[in-house]
Design a binder for this molecule. Structure first.
Ligand code: ATP
Ligand code: MG
Length: 429
């Protein structure tokens, strides 16, 4: 992609209510545009990151035996009356009427709807377990939408729902999803803390939130000091440790105060995921049952699992930025690499940049080429703001000496690379 053609403009008019650095940077880098309170357009740069996150989520869910489907955003209110959750959600749920005066709502979550779908198709224990997921927009009429896409009203969520025959099977599924979440966040490049949480309006008796530690987080969490430095944790092999160590939300802690504060780390966190086991709460109300191997009707055991996909974009920025802008983890970076031509007037420099650009495309490297007429200073700050992990920089001085530079965005280290040895780029980036 050539920057001169890309839908991008570094913005300086940051609204005064943008308190979080992630909110400021997302506006500055034209990733999002607010339409009205808590409702945003995702511009091409922002959407690219959403897609990258979605792909990681899909890959890991598929690996864990989940199957994707897509439910509508609009649901009939009648379904929520059947589950007796219509009143629990209160004013957070957006309701409206169609032309036939039937009351509809914009789904804040989908336990009811998926149960309705499930029960039409699955009637026997032989067809269990099942685990279905979707990545779909949700609406919650938050009383105080704030912090950009961190707490907005319309947001993108990955939600999945599991159906098992027995409580034991359902608990296994729950643990599997716990592992699945650790793998997803690890693949994105995030260190998370799972904490025991209150299930809230979803209900049930087993629930964990997944938090990204950040001073800008809305929640307070507490965990056992024994966990040590989480940046050193090997997430691939830490399931047992993270599943069993004492870690809780502040609300949970206050219920029992069962561990001395001196033994705990108390910190702020951003909730990026939440998982629930709630047994037969919805299957009983909505009559979702199967016949077991003795021909007896049993209600299915259910769990639900959510990840705030759009919130994650802001959360990653909160945990990975510097004074100059965003620093994307490699796996979700909107482009693999930036290419900066410091003097578009130099014909030979242009030719070489074009050659590098073509070489990268041929090698399936997603490149953002700054071919604009901006000054070198402006080009450097634009590329730093966008935050790609590495930048290939061609200026006249180095060009005269037959090399160019590759800069690492995170640590500013630069490597010199000979113009006749483009293959080296593939090793460095
Ligand atoms: P919160 O406590 O932050 O309001 P929640 O507990 O109500 O979130 P869940 O019902 O657990 O949210 O939804 C699953 C995930 O969806 C959350 O972990 C979070 O990442 C995301 N999410 C929830 N509400 C919002 C929102 N208003 N804006 C953006 N993402 C959200
Ligand atoms: Mg939650």
């Amino acid at each position: 992609m050539k920057l001169s053609q890309f839908f991008f403009k570094s913005r300086k008019d940051i609204p005064s209510d943008a308190a979080l650095i992630s909110h400021k940077l997302m506006i500055k880098a034209s990733m999002i545009k607010q339409i009205t309170a808590g409702i945003y357009t995702w511009l091409p740069l922002g959407l690219k990151i959403i897609k990258k996150i979605e792909n990681i989520i899909r890959k890991v869910h598929d690996k864990y035996g989940c199957q994707e489907l897509l439910m509508p955003t609009i649901q009939p209110s009648s379904l929520w009356k059947k589950s007796e959750r219509y009143n629990d959600y209160g004013p957070e749920m957006l309701k409206f009427h169609d032309r036939n005066k039937k009351e509809l709502l914009y789904g804040p979550t989908n336990e009811e709807l998926i149960t309705e779908v499930f029960k039409e198709y699955i009637n026997s224990y032989k067809d269990l377990p099942k685990n279905l997921y979707q990545i779909q927009w949700k609406f919650r009429d938050e009383i105080r939408p704030r912090f950009g896409v961190m707490r907005c009203r319309e947001f993108l969520m990955k939600d999945n729902y599991s159906f098992d025959l027995t409580k034991k099977d359902a608990e296994n599924t729950y643990n599997n999803m716990f592992k699945c979440y650790l793998e997803i966040f690890n693949n994105i490049g995030l260190k998370v803390i799972p904490v025991k949480a209150d299930p809230g309006a979803i209900g049930g008796d087993l629930s964990h939130e997944f938090h990204l530690i950040s001073q800008s987080g809305d929640n307070t969490i507490l965990y056992d000091k024994k966990l040590g430095d989480i940046n050193k944790l090997d997430y691939k092999n830490s399931f047992d440790l993270l599943r069993n160590i004492y870690s809780v939300t502040e609300d949970e802690y206050n219920k029992k105060k069962d561990l001395d504060l001196t033994k705990l780390v108390k910190t702020k966190g951003i909730e990026i995921g939440h998982i629930f086991y709630f047994g037969t709460k919805y299957s009983e109300k909505l009559n979702a049952s199967v016949l077991n191997n003795k021909g007896k009707k049993v209600y299915v055991e259910m769990g639900s699992y959510g990840i705030g996909v759009s919130r994650l974009v802001a959360a990653v920025i909160e945990s990975s930025h510097d004074d100059n802008g965003i620093i994307w983890p490699k796996n979700i970076s909107p482009f693999h690499v930036g290419l900066i031509n410091l003097n578009m007037k130099n014909v030979n420099l242009n030719k070489t940049c074009k050659k590098i650009y073509d070489f990268l495309i041929k090698n399936k490297v997603d490149v953002l080429y700054d071919d604009t007429k901006q000054t070198p200073g402006e080009k450097f700050s634009t590329m730093d703001l966008i935050g790609l992990p590495s930048q290939i920089i061609l200026g006249e001085n180095s060009f005269k000496n037959n090399y160019f530079e590759i800069k690492n965005r995170k640590n500013n280290n630069t490597i010199k690379c000979k113009i006749n040895n483009l293959k080296k780029i593939l090793e460095v980036i």
